[in-house]
Design a protein around this ligand. Sequence first.
Ligand SMILES: CC(C)(COP(=O)(O)OP(=O)(O)OC[C@H]1O[C@@H](n2cnc3c(N)ncnc32)[C@H](O)[C@@H]1OP(=O)(O)O)[C@@H](O)C(=O)NCCC(=O)NCCS
Length: 230
Amino acid sequence: MAHRSWFPEVLNGTDVVLRRHVPGNIRAFQRWYADPDVVRLTRYQDGPMRPDEIERFFVARALGSDSLAMAIHLRDGDRLIGTCALSQLDSDNGSALFHITIGEKDAWGRGHGTEATRLMIDHAFGGLGLHRIGLSVFSFNERAIRSYRSCGFVVEGRAREAIWRDGRWWDEIAMSILDSDWAASRARRPGPARIADDASVSADASLSAADDEREETAIGAGGGPLGGRR
Ligand SMILES: CC(C)(COP(=O)(O)OP(=O)(O)OC[C@H]1O[C@@H](n2cnc3c(N)ncnc32)[C@H](O)[C@@H]1OP(=O)(O)O)[C@@H](O)C(=O)NCCC(=O)NCCS
């Protein structure tokens, strides 16, 4: 994998630490994305991903240059609990899409996903100099919506009845956060801002490097929970 100066080695939080993915993380992906409870919340298709689909997804999205993906570890004991990513980094418009999956179900509802989201947003705006981050979330995923709201995302639209799940239709909700939202919420946040360890990389250089890589590799369409409809 090419060295990417815009890509942080580590983002340190209070309870979680985000690190670049390593090849061995494929084993966790194989468990997470075969779990019906996880894919119900993250996948457009109804049903788990096949092992070969998970492998392709891992190689492209976690190890590859399609996205800025980070593994989510608990600081205490270093357990790997999930993954998060910014995809479709776009320097012309200063935008990206955000995706997160805490794959270990016993780690849901403990604030770890919310903290990881804050770390990624801090890096995106404070380190990369992005202007806007968007995401999509299914309307039945109340925990995710509450988490995103608490990180500063606002609802900007909905695709009505876009998802068939559990025997009925649900909306797909579009949310976003702008750098101005982030700056305002950061001013209200107690304690020092937590941004990328390599924040010395200039925003312009960071973005154009990301963009160069984007052009070298086709990025899948869509910005849904898993980063595209498969
Ligand atoms: C969505 C996710 C990132 C949220 O991270 P998290 O750390 O588990 O969330 P938190 O513990 O901070 O909880 C967020 C909010 O949801 C609430 N919540 C927790 N469990 C809940 C539940 N079962 N139902 C509804 N709300 C719930 C919390 O009280 C909190 O609300 P508050 O901000 O008003 O206090 C994480 O749970 C996850 O990855 N889930 C599986 C995959 C997924 O849904 N990915 C997102 C796809 S768009």
